[in-house]
Design a protein around this ligand. Structure first.
Ligand SMILES: Cc1ncc(COP(=O)(O)O)c(C=O)c1O
Length: 440
């Protein structure tokens, strides 16, 4: 059976057979060398091909393959001890999964269970944001607001949504300063409209990822969300699956504003792609409440898998030893400056935003009015095709242009890239835009 028929996953372009990878570079079967400007799906933070991690995985597999997740292992204990140093203070009880969606699912269930054991079972809805992605399982998809919901709307849970913070396209037409942060206060309005006694939690990406392309909010936004959640007895869940583990130039994006969420969700960068793994970090006092109640928080078969734990611990050890969070901040600032220098005048570029090594370039039909391209033009995919022909992959995203989705490139490379690679990335992105622009 040909490869395309055997595959189950739709891609925007011809699938490329990649045979090996090293650092930020992918080597294809057809001889192409491609710079991974997206770090895969914003995953490969420490770069690929680390022998040290291969050795850790080999050693662990030979010694201990699997245990039921209610038991423990030295690998899990080492990871937990390390994660306590990474996670926000007091958010230091961990539950491990095999990826982001499972972790979001665990976070939502934890919030719902907590209110139930407190004698408030009616507090069981989750508020999310209109532009967001929290994963692909039914509850995670219900909490999110991306176009990926489309074919499943009829079975998704009917949970309220609020507009996100995005100053570039502020739905209230305000820009900072003078902004009264309607995007945050609307959360409280939505809670009250639905009745605070029906809401378990609010979930959001601290900086919008795939459904908006790296959008940092104003610094007042998350502290205000925290205040509102406290006042209304709603848990605050920070979905850091994409932004966590140094991606935005801090350990976690919430560290930019010193906000402590009740639950922090992680994935992707936790293992840098070397092993499928996700986690939730939860406020310890909340976990104690569940424990006292004797309620059951069921594990997944692969929760705390020893090999995944060992690999995550090894990846985070490399992050620490090579100061990669700091590097994400410094080299990311250079990437941002370079993108702005080279692309802000481009007729197709509506906005350039980001933090650390988390950058989004929004593509628009009209630079002045910010009118997006018609979705059927598939601009992002065509620009990606042109970039790939020149040896660059970026993560395709949408630019929050409304229900239609919009177009955007995400430039989110591994933290090990150098200045030469940054130059190549920006130059190639510009050449790809120049190639596609005239045909639109
Ligand atoms: C913010 C966010 N949450 C959750 C997920 C789901 O993670 P996974 O694809 O590992 O299930 C993603 C995936 O892109 C994500 O970006």
């Amino acid at each position: 059976m040909p490869h395309e028929e055997a595959m189950f996953i739709r891609g925007p372009h011809e699938p490329i057979a990649i045979e090996r990878a090293e650092g930020a570079w992918l080597y294809a079967k057809d001889g192409r060398k491609i710079l991974d400007g997206g770090a895969g799906a914003v995953v490969v933070n420490i770069g690929q091909g680390r022998e040290e991690i291969a050795e850790i995985a080999r050693r662990t597999i030979a010694k201990l393959d699997y245990i039921v997740p209610v038991w423990t292992s030295p690998e899990r204990e080492a990871l937990v001890a390390r994660l306590k140093k990474w996670s926000p203070e007091g958010v230091d009880r961990f539950f491990f999964t095999s990826g982001g969606s499972e972790s979001v699912e665990a976070a939502l269930k934890f919030a719902i269970l907590l209110h139930k054991v407190r004698g408030k079972p009616s507090k069981n809805k989750i508020i999310g944001r209109q532009f967001s992605y929290h994963g692909n399982t039914i509850a995670a998809l219900s909490a999110g607001g991306s176009g990926r919901r489309a074919d499943y709307e009829h079975v998704l849970l009917d949970w309220p949504k609020i507009p996100p913070s995005f100053c570039y396209r502020c739905p209230w037409g305000k820009t900072y300063p003078g902004c009264d942060l309607e995007c945050a206060t609307v959360l409280e309005k939505t809670i009250l409209e639905n009745g605070a006694d029906t809401i378990a939690a609010f979930i959001a990406e601290p900086m919008m990822g795939s459904s908006g392309a790296a959008v940092p909010p104003v610094k007042e936004y998350w502290p205000k969300l925290r205040e509102i959640c406290d006042r209304q007895d709603i848990l605050l869940i920070a979905d850091e699956v994409m932004t966590g583990f140094g991606r935005t130039g801090k350990r976690f994006a919430v560290d930019h504003w010193n906000v402590t969420p009740d639950i922090l969700v992680g994935g992707k960068g936790l293992t840098g792609g070397y092993m499928p793994m996700g986690m939730i970090a939860v406020r310890s006092d909340l976990v104690q409440e569940i424990e006292r109640s004797k309620a059951d928080f069921m594990f997944y078969t692969y929760s705390s898998h020893p090999v995944a734990c060992a690999v995550a611990d090894g990846v985070l050890a490399i992050m620490e030893r090579e100061h990669l969070v700091e590097r994400s901040a410094t080299i990311g600032a250079r990437l941002g400056a370079h993108l702005r220098e080279e692309l802000s005048g481009h007729p197709m570029v509506g906005d350039i935003r980001g933090s650390g090594l988390f950058w989004g370039v929004e593509l628009v039909h009209d630079k002045t009015t910010r009118v997006p391209f018609a979705p059927e033009k598939k601009v992002t995919n065509r620009v990606l095709g042109a970039a790939l022909r020149r040896g660059l992959f970026f993560y395709p995203s949408s630019g929050m242009a409304g229900k239609a989705g919009g177009d955007a490139m995400m430039l989110t490379p591994p933290f090990v890239i150098g200045d030469g690679e940054i130059e190549f990335m920006v130059r190639t992105a510009r050449d790809a835009l120049d190639e596609i622009g005239p045909s639109l």
